[in-house]
Ligand binder design. Structure first.
Ligand code: HEM
Length: 426
């Protein structure tokens, strides 16, 4: 994969924009330096950090060697234009010592600052960071596990770090759910993402272990919206740069240590591709509410055209069906709520299931789907609200099963001399 870093990561192309679409309306451009400053006037919570992070990626000519600043107001990997690969690990902390937890966080911070800057260490000799970012989050169990405040930080737990409700159809596996601390490595080189997590594991020794992990990827050339395993463009409709403080970053309503942070929700969602692949494209489009090739909302021509949820066809039926994914997930259907989705596809192999299925299913079940990753200002008003609306009625659910789940409070970035989450221990 070759991506030119001299211009904006995402460029307008005939496929993703019309000539009349202003750049400010293009989600692909929402993270450019100019639009960020314009959007928040340099005063917003995340303006400076995000802007310099984005600028950093544009400074290097060679794609592989390019770096994203680690020390910033906002952690990398949230607003960073999406890297092609991720390795996500949720850790359990095996010590009850506050000092030992602080030491782990210091070591992880220092290692992350080094690796993201290109000092990758011996086991990645000759490799380049390829826009490596490391993103850390705290699960509810860090604040209190089994009623015990292990690290003396229970009173600092952000209010919106709630227990995830069990949704209709959930089949969550404990081994793929929860965790004390999340560490997400993203890079354009899958080996670098894995390498980075391996260094994190090594540094923690026996004091922390991986509870669950997920490796995942996005397709495409990094310029257009990637296509998910169902073949649809995924990531079209996300908040604009000017809306980040409204929908993504925590302000004065959060505890002091968490201002400028955000909440991460992950879901490991298996997609029954063996079932999906037997559906014709017309039906698939009804399920999603968008055209498969262009990504345009049903009834529209271009990907970024606004969906008309009221439009009806000649028979008087809604063009974008009542139970389509788009309608149920849309801000208009959820009291205006929005989340920043940054999901990846995963493919963890397949099982052969013999003659149980009709011939077109060929006796295969894929362990593949969407590793859903979304950031929001308040999960109660974000993921929980939106998925609560979808869980029972979304046509997509006949193809999907949620098997893993995580919710983490992602603190602001660590500035020079600080470690991740330092203010939490002040
Ligand atoms: C395997 C599961 C899923 C698949 C394959 C999937 C796929 C898609 C696709 C293709 C789109 C349209 C393009 C776009 O705007 O990005 C979309 C939109 C969206 N999805 Fe999902 N999605 C899944 C699960 C979820 C879940 C669990 C949520 C939970 C909140 C969600 C929230 C949204 C939202 C908010 C939108 C934008 C809707 C709009 O305003 O137009 N999706 N998804």
């Amino acid at each position: 994969m070759s991506k030119t870093m001299s211009t904006c990561w995402f460029s307008h192309t005939k496929e993703n924009m019309t000539d009349k679409t202003p750049p400010s309306k293009c989600p692909m451009h929402m993270l450019t330096r100019r639009s960020l400053f314009k959007a928040v006037g340099g005063l917003g919570l995340f303006a400076a950090g995000a802007a310099s992070g984005v600028a950093a990626k544009n400074t290097s000519a060679a794609h592989g060697a390019s770096t994203v600043a680690f020390r910033d107001k906002v952690q990398g990997g949230i607003l960073t234009p999406q890297q092609a690969h991720t390795y996500f690990a949720a850790f359990d902390i095996n010590t009850n010592s506050r000092d030992e937890l602080i030491q782990i966080l210091k070591d992880w911070t220092n290692a992350s600052a080094e690796m993201t800057s290109g000092k990758l260490g011996d086991s990645a000799l000759g490799l380049a960071p390829s826009r490596l970012t490391m993103t850390f989050g705290f699960g509810a169990d860090v604040f209190s596990k089994g009623g015990k405040d292990r690290f003396g930080i229970g009173s600092q737990k952000p209010e919106a770090l709630v227990d995830m409700p069990l949704f209709h159809g959930d089949q969550l596996i404990p081994e793929k759910t929860g965790g004390d601390i999340s560490v997400q490595a993203c890079s354009d080189d899958p080996q670098i993402a894995f390498h980075a997590i391996r260094q994190i594991v090594k540094l923690a020794g026996t004091k922390a272990n991986i509870r669950w992990s997920q490796t995942a990827f996005v397709s495409g050339n990094g310029k257009e919206t990637p296509r998910n395993l169902q073949g649809f463009k995924d990531g079209t409709q996300n908040p604009q740069a000017s809306e980040m403080n409204q929908f993504v970053f925590v302000g004065g309503e959060g505890p002091a240590w968490f201002q400028g942070g955000t909440y991460l929700v992950t879901r490991r969602i298996r997609i029954a591709l063996e079932h999906w692949d037997g559906m014709d494209v017309d039906y698939q489009e009804q399920v999603i509410g968008r055209h498969k090739l262009t990504g345009a909302p049903l009834g529209m021509k271009n990907e970024f055209d606004k969906a008309d949820l009221k439009a009806t066809n000649a028979d008087g039926n809604l063009v974008i069906g009542e139970h389509s994914h788009l309608r149920l997930a849309a801000a208009e259907s959820n009291g205006g709520s929005q989340i920043l989705r940054r999901g990846y596809s995963y493919n963890d192999g397949s099982n052969f299931t013999a003659e149980r299925w009709p011939p077109w299913r060929q006796g295969v079940e894929y362990d593949a789907g969407l590793f859903f990753v979304a950031y929001q200002k308040d999960p109660r008003d974000g993921f929980i609200r939106i998925f609560g609306n979808m869980a029972k009625f979304d046509m997509l659910n006949q193809f999907t099963t949620h098997v893993g789940s995580g919710m983490f409070a992602v603190p602001p970035g660590a500035r020079d001399g600080e470690f991740i989450g330092q203010k939490l221990f002040a």
